[in-house]
Write a protein that binds this ligand. Structure first.
Ligand code: GLN
Length: 199
C-alpha cells in the first residue's frame, strides 16, 4: 500500500495510524523534516492546533510540509488538523500560524468548551449510506468555503463541517474514534490516485 505520514507531534495520532494501517497503508510517524520526504499522503490529527503549530515550527517540519502541500501532497486534517490546513483562521491565539492550503475560513472552538462536545449523524454524499456518526470535541467550524474548495457535509443548521479541495480533505469531527473508517478510506483513495498519477 501507499506510505502515509501521520503528524505525530501531539494529539490522537496513534488512533489515525491504527485506522490507516488497518486499511493497508504503510505508516510513517512524522516528527522531523526527513520524515516528510518519502510520504505519499499525510494525516494531521486532532489535538490542540496552537501546540501543533509551535511544535511543527520548532521541529522544522512546518516548511517542508508547506512545500509538499503546495506540490499536491494529499492531506487529511481532522479537527485541529483542519485548523492547520485552513488558509484563514479566526480565534487563533496571537502569533498562531497555519500550514494552509485549503481555501477556507475556519473558526477555532466554534462549538464551545470540552463539555459541550456532541455527536450527530451526518449525511456525506461522497461516502453514501448510512450517514456518518460524527463526534465533535471542541471542534472548529468552516465559516466560509472559498472558490477552490467545496463542502462535503454540513450540520442541520447549515454550518459546514467537512470540506475538500483536490487532494486536501478536512473535517471538524473525529471519524477515527467510532470505528467508521469510510473517511480514511476515501482519503486513501486520493493517496492511491496521486501515487498512480505520479508513476
Ligand atoms: N480546540 C482544538 C484546537 O484549537 C481542536 C480540538 C480537537 O482537535 N479535538 O486546536
Amino acid at each position: 500500500g501507499p506510505t502515509v505520514g501521520v503528524l505525530a507531534l501531539q494529539g490522537d495520532f496513534r488512533e489515525h495510524a491504527r485506522v490507516l494501517a488497518g486499511l493497508g497503508a504503510r505508516i510513517v510517524l512524522v516528527r522531523r523534516p526527513e520524515d516528510v520526504e518519502g510520504i505519499d499522503g499525510l494525516v494531521i490529527p486532532g489535538g490542540e492546533s496552537t501546540v501543533m503549530d509551535k511544535l511543527s515550527r520548532s521541529f522544522g517540519v512546518a516548511d517542508p510540509l508547506r512545500r509538499r502541500i503546495a506540490e499536491g501532497l494529499p492531506v487529511y486534517g481532522t479537527c485541529a488538523g483542519l485548523i492547520m490546513l485552513a488558509d484563514t483562521l479566526l480565534d487563533g491565539i496571537p502569533g498562531q500560524q497555519n500550514l494552509g492550503g485549503l481555501d477556507v475560513v475556519v473558526r477555532r472552538n466554534a462549538f464551545g468548551s470540552q463539555n459541550q462536545s456532541f455527536e450527530t449523524d451526518l449525511d456525506i454524499p461522497v461516502l453514501g449510506e448510512p450517514p456518518v456518526r460524527a463526534v465533535f470535541i471542541r471542534g472548529p467550524v468552516v465559516e466560509s468555503v472559498g472558490e477552490r474548495a467545496a463542502p462535503l457535509a454540513a450540520l442541520e443548521d447549515g454550518r459546514v463541517v467537512a470540506v475538500e479541495q483536490g487532494n486536501l480533505v478536512g473535517t471538524s469531527f473525529h471519524p477515527e474514534i467510532l470505528g467508521d473508517h469510510r473517511f480514511h478510506a476515501y482519503f486513501l483513495g486520493k493517496v492511491r490516485e496521486a501515487v498512480a498519477a505520479a508513476a
